[in-house]
Ligand binder design. Structure first.
Ligand SMILES: [Zn+2]
Ligand SMILES: [Zn+2]
Length: 389
């Protein structure tokens, strides 16, 4: 259960107070790093390692009031679902995928006739079960992926709701909901909350205009990783997810290199380029200049690097880059820039800053993963600047 005084999403109020200060990177009270939502300027939201901003991302799922007709032997059941976007800021959600699973059967994808869900708006979709037996309990798992966008960036999450359908004698249907109150898959505090929909007989007639029943949603983090909603879908760390609070370690930048730590900037990204660092009166977190073997700056070649050449951030559990430099940049063999600015960076990738001079300056990326969770990313400058210089 959430600690007393904590806000939705598990972020302490003290962190919100300290995040108001633009250059604050740690909470002065509890010492936690301030991980801002990518849309922080609009929502003021902070996120945990799971990257989900509870201000921006607030889907709600309902079983509509006209749910469930009589269950006939061997018949199918239509469940009218209503998706609602409860975001307090005017941020739309995009329901990109919907899957339904019955019992231990395979998850099947349900086509959605719509994707966009404006804040305060709702959309309906009917899902159909397979043939139900007249008696007994039927487990239904409803899982959906929701995306939130901010400029070129996107975070995607998966949520799930578990229902148990029970057909009683006489045809009335009881829907139980499986709620794991501890939040993460331990199953320790599972409770079954009955949602009784009196759909047949006198009760239905006596309850005109009944209410839609809200279904409990849980983050489906294991599913996010296995289905590629979050994290890497290929490469050596396939199935692994970068934590939003992953520590970035910089190597080869010399004695004055950037400090190790998670991304705690206002816009939750790191600017890399020819301009000076913020600490030195510039605009970047990491200054990129071409140097010779002795560590002396090659002024002429460095001019080919844009003032802000690259922006690094973590989105949907992947390290990503937006290449803003005029010269572009190579990620692996692929040149990014202009119309193809967005790059996904994985373990072992090498980012070459100047495609025309690939050996001049590169960043090699390595990641440390444990049980599918990446908590440290090491970015090594090639060639390395001598430590003494
Ligand atoms: Zn705090
Ligand atoms: Zn937000």
């Amino acid at each position: 259960m959430a600690a007393v005084g904590s806000t939705p999403g598990g972020i302490s109020p003290c962190c919100y107070q300290h995040a108001v200060t633009a250059d604050a990177v740690f909470c002065g009270e509890c010492g936690k790093p301030l991980l801002r939502c990518m849309a922080f300027q609009e929502c003021g939201g902070l996120v945990g390692d799971d990257g989900c901003c509870s201000v921006c991302v607030k889907p709600q799922l309902f079983l509509d009031k006209d749910a469930v007709t009589e269950v006939k032997t061997g018949g199918v059941l239509v469940l009218p679902l209503v998706f609602y976007n409860a975001s307090g800021v005017a941020r739309p959600l995009f329901i990109t995928d919907l899957w339904v699973r019955e019992g231990d059967g395979p998850r099947r994808r349900v086509e959605l006739p719509w994707k966009r869900l404006d804040a305060g708006g709702s959309n309906r979709v009917n899902i159909q079960t397979g043939a139900l037996e007249r008696q007994g309990r039927h487990g239904i798992e409803i899982t959906f992926a929701a995306a939130t966008n901010y400029y070129m960036r996107e975070e995607r999450f998966a949520f799930t709701s578990l229902l148990g359908l029970e057909v009683e004698q006489g045809g009335s249907l009881v829907i139980n909901q499986t709620i794991n109150t501890s939040g993460v898959g331990t199953g320790a505090d599972t409770i079954y909350a009955p949602i009784r929909l009196e759909t047949t007989g006198d009760a239905a007639k006596k309850a005109p205009g009944g209410k839609a029943a809200e279904l409990a949603l849980q983050r489906a983090d294991a599913f996010e990783a296995s289905s590629g909603v979050r994290g890497y879908t290929e490469g050596p760390l396939k199935g692994s997810v970068v934590g939003r609070g992953a520590r970035i370690v910089w190597k080869g930048f010399g004695a004055d290199g950037p400090a190790a730590g998670p991304i705690t900037t206002q816009d939750s990204m790191l600017g890399l380029g020819r301009a000076k660092t913020v600490a030195n009166g510039g605009e970047n977190q990491v200054q990129l200049l071409v140097t010779d073997a002795a560590g002396a700056v090659d002024e002429q070649l460095s001019q080919a690097i844009s003032r802000r050449h690259l922006e690094l951030f973590i989105q949907s559990g992947r390290l990503s880059a937006r290449v803003t430099g005029a010269a572009g940049a190579l990620v692996g063999e692929h040149r990014h820039g202009a119309d193809d600015a967005l790059a996904e960076i994985g373990h072992g990738d090498v980012v070459k800053i100047l495609p025309k001079y690939p050996e001049a300056l590169a960043l090699q990326v390595r990641m440390r993963a444990a049980h599918g969770f990446i908590d440290e990313i090491t970015i090594t400058r090639l060639p390395a600047i001598p430590e003494g210089g």
